[in-house]
Design a protein around this ligand. Structure first.
Ligand SMILES: Nc1ncnc2c1ncn2[C@@H]1O[C@H](COP(=O)(O)OP(=O)(O)OP(=O)(O)O)[C@@H](O)[C@H]1O
Length: 347
């Protein structure tokens, strides 16, 4: 278990982290994502954990050991950066063997471990390939194999997929998570992409301007972001107030039912929180119309792989929504709120 207590890191006079505390690896969590926007200090924190940035104050412990005096190479942590940083001009096997040679493993043990690692990262036939001849995805898998080979007690992945194209990123995100779970290696992955965090991690910590604002399982993070900034960072596009009584509320954009205590709540809407249904010419919504629904005019339509997304102007402002029917710009639609896709902020 990694315990970070009251840690500070600065670059010259620029304070990036100040009094940050974080515990990673409790309650059986194997992969933890550190999620935050560019420049919030994620890499700085990971580099401090790895021993690559000095602390101005505070303490980092792993399984009770104080790491303060331990240089990076003696922490037994594996690190993979965005661009893998493989040693050029060498083979895949030579790269994977690097940490093992440093630790003076025997030749036979190195050979066995390299083969195991190549199987683990699903590149069994590439031992002799020069690393300069690898695709981006292959190179990142070799970097992962190199980091895992010496059996690190913690693996730190800093934006390991950022240099890859979208399709490969999603595939490799799932694969890497499987690989580190197979290896049972506690892992922290840094990312600014909440989908990537959800594909890989069982726990997500959200960082904003050098502070951790929420640590949660993905499902709860999406449904109950701690504040409006976090909600918007996690994909909420509209925030509305609602007064709940007996599990339901009448909001400016229609009624909603949610299992929340009575009283005022802030609700966060993502496009999938609102379902648009075509309205008749007289304004009535065709189909499963619910009294009190809001009607609006479609101002933009995008057919995304996950479904049709709309922007709708209503009397109470612009709202994003999804639709299964064919609609075009200028159509009138009714909006139905999908309770289970609505976030309750700060609950
Ligand atoms: N070596 C450095 N010297 C001075 N300032 C730095 C240095 N490295 C980072 N910073 C600054 O520290 C802040 C945090 O940077 P950091 O790289 O940790 O953020 P990040 O969340 O990892 O961002 P990104 O996702 O863009 O990599 C930024 O304002 C950055 O400009």
């Amino acid at each position: 278990m990694l315990q970070i207590e009251d840690v500070g890191v600065r670059y010259g006079s620029t304070v990036v982290l100040d009094g940050l505390s974080w515990t990673v690896g409790t309650s059986g969590s194997v992969v933890t994502a550190l999620l935050g926007p560019s420049g919030c200090g994620k890499s700085t924190l990971i580099r401090a954990v790895a021993g690559l940035e000095p602390l101005s104050h505070g303490q980092i412990r792993f399984d009770g050991d104080d790491l303060s005096e331990l240089p990076a190479h003696r922490r037994d942590f594996g690190v993979v950066f965005q661009d893998g940083q493989l040693f050029p001009g060498r083979t895949v096997a030579s790269n994977i063997a690097y940490g093992l040679r440093m630790r003076r493993w025997s030749r036979a043990a190195i050979r066995t471990r390299v083969a195991e690692m190549l199987d683990l990262v699903r590149l069994p036939d590439l031992a002799g390939r020069g690393v300069d001849e690898l695709s981006g995805g292959q190179a990142q898998r070799v970097a992962l194999a190199r980091a895992l080979a010496p059996r690190p007690r913690l693996l730190l992945l800093d934006e390991p997929l950022a240099a890859l194209d979208r399709l490969l990123r999603d595939q490799l995100a799932i694969e890497i998570a499987e690989i580190v779970r197979d290896a049972a290696t506690p892992t922290i992955v840094v990312t600014h992409d909440h989908n990537e965090a959800a594909l890989m991690a069982d726990t997500i910590s959200v960082m904003r301007e050098g502070e951790l604002v929420q640590t949660d399982v993905p499902e709860h993070l999406w449904s109950s972001p701690v504040d409006e900034w976090t909600a918007r960072f996690l994909g909420v596009t509209t925030v509305i107030g609602a007064e709940f009584a007996d599990g339901s509320a009448q909001t400016p954009i229609g009624p909603v039912g949610l299992p929340v205590p009575d009283g005022p709540r802030l609700l966060g809407l993502r496009p999938e929180s609102m379902r648009a249904v075509r309205a008749g010419t007289d304004g009535d919504v065709v189909g499963d119309h619910i009294e009190g629904d809001v009607v609006g005019v479609v101002t933009a339509v995008a057919d995304l792989p996950a479904g049709r997304r709309l922007r709708v102007v209503t009397d109470v402002g612009e709202v994003d929504a999804v639709a299964s029917e064919r609609v075009v710009v200028g159509d009138r639609v009714g909006l139905l709120m999908v309770g289970e896709r609505v976030a309750v902020i700060g609950s």
